[in-house]
Ligand binder design. Structure first.
Ligand SMILES: C[S@@+](CC[C@H](N)C(=O)[O-])C[C@H]1O[C@@H](n2cnc3c(N)ncnc32)[C@H](O)[C@@H]1O
Length: 192
């Protein structure tokens, strides 16, 4: 199992947004939707061994965490609106401290980064990290930020995590996810 967590610093934490305005009114939810797509879609199929966590940190009641399970997901298409629609549905149901499924393969709960770190061993994907290709022990679980840097509080929370870079340039988060998964694909296929 590989787990990919993305922090959405302005991503709205209620279902009160328009699918026509994912970048604006929904607080750059377009970035998170693309991350879901890049994490789960193959050309003709799904990555069943991947879970995606979206940590929504925008108003009105953050933090909220959504979980997309590649093993169980249904009704997801690669376009941004499709993931946006499942996010909207997840944010419409009551949420507690445990994950509760809103649609097949999508679940929601209260809480954010600290809860994820308590449950799984994560590494950080960061431009300044060490070269992922040189990692002898490739991380299964990674955390990324959206278009913003990690806050001081987040940086403190992940200060004990290993940090890896997929290349020398700063990429969009969904592109970094593709390169992370590609490294897994290459090693699984015996290419490296
Ligand atoms: C657009 S970047 C974040 C903004 C950027 N830190 C800045 O200076 O404005 C989105 C996220 O993708 C990941 N990322 C981007 N480029 C990366 C790289 N070369 N290696 C590893 N992760 C990368 C990081 O998690 C980063 O926070």
């Amino acid at each position: 199992m590989k787990r990919i967590a993305v922090l959405g610093h302005h991503a709205i934490s209620s279902g009160d947004f328009s699918l026509n305005d994912l970048p604006g009114g929904a607080g750059r939810m377009d970035i998170l939707s693309r991350c879901v797509s890049s994490s789960l879609f193959l050309s003709h199929g799904m990555r069943r061994d991947v879970e995606v966590y979206l940590v929504l940190l925008g108003p009105p009641r953050p933090p909220v965490t959504l979980r997309f399970s590649g093993e169980r997901i249904r009704s997801l298409n690669p376009d941004e609106r499709s993931a946006g629609s499942l996010i909207k549905k997840a944010l419409a149901i009551p949420r507690g401290d445990e994950f509760r499924e809103s649609t097949p393969g999508v679940a929601v709960r209260r809480g954010g980064l600290a809860g994820l770190l308590a449950e799984h061993r994560f590494s950080v994907l960061d431009e300044a990290g060490v070269d992922l290709r040189k990692a002898t022990d490739l991380p299964d679980n990674v955390i990324l930020s959206d278009h913003l840097n990690f806050t001081e509080e987040e940086a403190e929370l992940v200060s004990g995590c290993r940090s890896f870079s997929v290349g020398p340039l700063s990429l969009h988060a969904n592109c970094a996810i593709s390169l992370f998964l590609n490294e897994h694909d290459r090693r699984s296929a015996g290419w490296t």
